[in-house]
Design a protein around this ligand. Structure first.
Ligand code: ADP
Length: 494
């Protein structure tokens, strides 16, 4: 059956997010919120035997979006509950390719504010308003979703409110819900005050710890019909004291409703065969051409142009999560070995300065670029031999998937999505990278020494590169998993 003559009622999904590329993107959530809905809309037979999936995205009408689109279509104006003085909201419609996107405007989403404010109280106000408005919007569309799919703390309140409305208002009674957790520690804890102002009651869910009863993410986790973590590994980890951020016992009570689905990569955007940022495009069959990229990058960085010296790269937010300090200490401990390293990143000033100190200490082998730079990141993926990713925790991680697709083998801590997406050279005959067990410089150094040994055998190395480049990390498989989840939820009796 082609999509055009499929007479079945579509599966209707309202997808809520704080950001979505290319309209408004800060990080990985922005990539997912574009790519997953688009992949869902494109699912068809023989891969997907269900009905057409009508996904629609809802975003705050950020200033950044206003600058990018022309004349969005006015959809509705309505009031958002706010005791004493209901707040006016407006919804507009635009699109990303053929994905419909609703944009919510209102006083708590002021045009001059960035997607995420430096002031967490402002974000609490903004995303509480946005979550309530997104739910209210449904009553102004001639379209009732089967599923509301919320993402992270910013849109979690919508599911909590949905749970109330389901009992009071027929319009909402059959809607099911999913919450995807992209990063558990970010729970929206500074939203309590705003939520009180909107008259949102504390949760009476006895399974929640007392401190969490007015935090957006825990409220979403307690009311979502289904919880998805962005990798199977992370789904397990969030139920342990080490990664559960105090919610592990509560999450254990919801164990049956927690599933892990690895994020995909937009394989059109990240393709070494078409990437114009590279001096030399290549694919797994023309991998020998790749060394031209390394040569140019080494030249531009003032390094000796020598194929035999392994080029280590880091492309990362400079944040505790990412274990940059572990890499710095580990590299220092391995300073006697032959390698060159380039670090691209920005963020925590202390980590920025630790990177600069490493560069000052080893000027002949370390370069540090403190900035966000898409083009240079692409050149690094297309030239580097080893990507260093010593994350303390990593819900999924896209960087390692990009590196693999560009023939740069990851050396990563065996955690969360890194463990799920990298096949380790010490445990498999068909490896795609290197994993080390502990978030410590010692464990990192051991892993690095092993990876450098493998690098010295060009044939083995190239086999690994070719294998890593061919791994299918596209969205098709994860989109199918979400589609099956939606279908199962819709079919479940309430
Ligand atoms: P997270 O979303 O936790 O930051 P991911 O690995 O999921 O980590 O995604 C990070 C994305 O941001 C990748 O696309 C990576 O290339 C990109 N990135 C991170 N830091 C930089 C930087 N300084 N310059 C360019 N791109 C960066």
């Amino acid at each position: 059956m082609t999509r055009q003559n499929d007479q079945r009622e579509p599966l209707k999904i309202l997808f809520l997010s704080a950001e979505a590329a290319p309209l408004a993107k800060v990080g990985g959530l922005g990539d997912v919120s574009e790519a997953l809905p688009c992949a869902l809309r494109n699912l068809s037979s023989p891969v997907w035997d269900g009905p057409r999936i009508d996904v629609r995205l809802v975003l705050p009408f950020h200033d950044e979006i206003n600058k990018k689109i022309r004349e969005p279509r006015f959809v509705a104006s309505f009031l958002v509950n706010h005791p004493g003085e209901p707040l006016p909201a407006k919804a507009f419609e635009t699109s990303i390719d053929d994905l419909p996107v609703y944009l919510i405007e209102g006083p708590p989403i002021p045009p001059e504010e960035p997607i995420y404010s430096r002031d967490p109280l402002k974000d609490g106000e903004k995303y509480t308003f946005f979550s309530l408005a997104a739910i209210e919007l449904i009553s102004h569309l001639n379209w009732i979703p089967d599923i509301i799919h919320a993402n992270d703390w910013h849109t979690s309140v919508s599911l909590y409110i949905l749970n109330y409305l389901k009992k009071k208002n027929d319009l909402y009674s059959s809607i099911r819900s999913i919450l995807t957790v992209h990063n558990l520690p970010y729970m929206g804890k500074d939203s309590e005050e705003a939520m009180l102002r909107y008259g949102i009651p504390r949760s009476k869910d006895k399974r929640l710890p007392a401190w969490a009863t007015l935090f957006p993410l825990p409220l979403g986790l307690s009311t979502a019909d289904q919880i998805v973590a962005v990798s199977p590994g992370y789904a397990q980890e969030i139920m342990t004291p080490e990664f559960g951020c105090g919610l592990q016992d509560f999450l254990m009570t919801r164990k049956e409703s927690v599933k892990g689905i690895v994020n995909g990569l937009n394989t059109d955007r990240w393709n070494p065969q078409t990437d114009l940022a590279l001096t030399q495009q290549f694919n797994h069959q023309s991998i020998n051409l790749r060394s031209n990229n390394k040569k140019t990058l080494e030249h531009d960085l003032g390094f000796p142009e020598d194929e035999k010296i392994p080029l280590l790269i880091i492309v990362s937010r400079l944040d505790q999560q990412k274990g940059i300090d572990i890499a710095i200490a580990g590299l220092r401990a391995c300073a006697e070995l032959d390698w060159q390293a380039v670090i691209l990143g920005s963020g925590d000033p202390l980590l920025e300065s630790a990177c600069r100190s490493l560069e000052a200490e080893f000027p002949e082998k370390v370069r540090v670029l403190i900035r966000f730079d898409n083009d240079i990141s692409r050149r690094m993926y297309g030239s580097g031999d080893i990507l260093l990713m010593p994350s303390r925790y990593e819900p999924c991680g896209l960087t390692q998937m990009i590196a693999m697709r560009y023939g740069c083998l990851p050396l990563a801590r065996a955690t969360g999505g890194l463990k799920d997406t990298i096949v380790d050279s010490t445990t498999s005959q068909k490896p795609t990278g290197f994993l080390f067990p502990d978030a410590s410089p010692e464990s990192f150094s051991e892993g690095l020494i092993h990876a450098l040994n493998v690098f010295s055998d060009k044939e083995v190395w190239q086999d690994m590169q070719i294998r890593a480049m061919q791994v299918d990390n596209s969205w098709q498989k994860p989109a199918l998993e979400y589609a099956n989840l939606y279908r199962r939820l819709k079919e479940q009796k309430l």
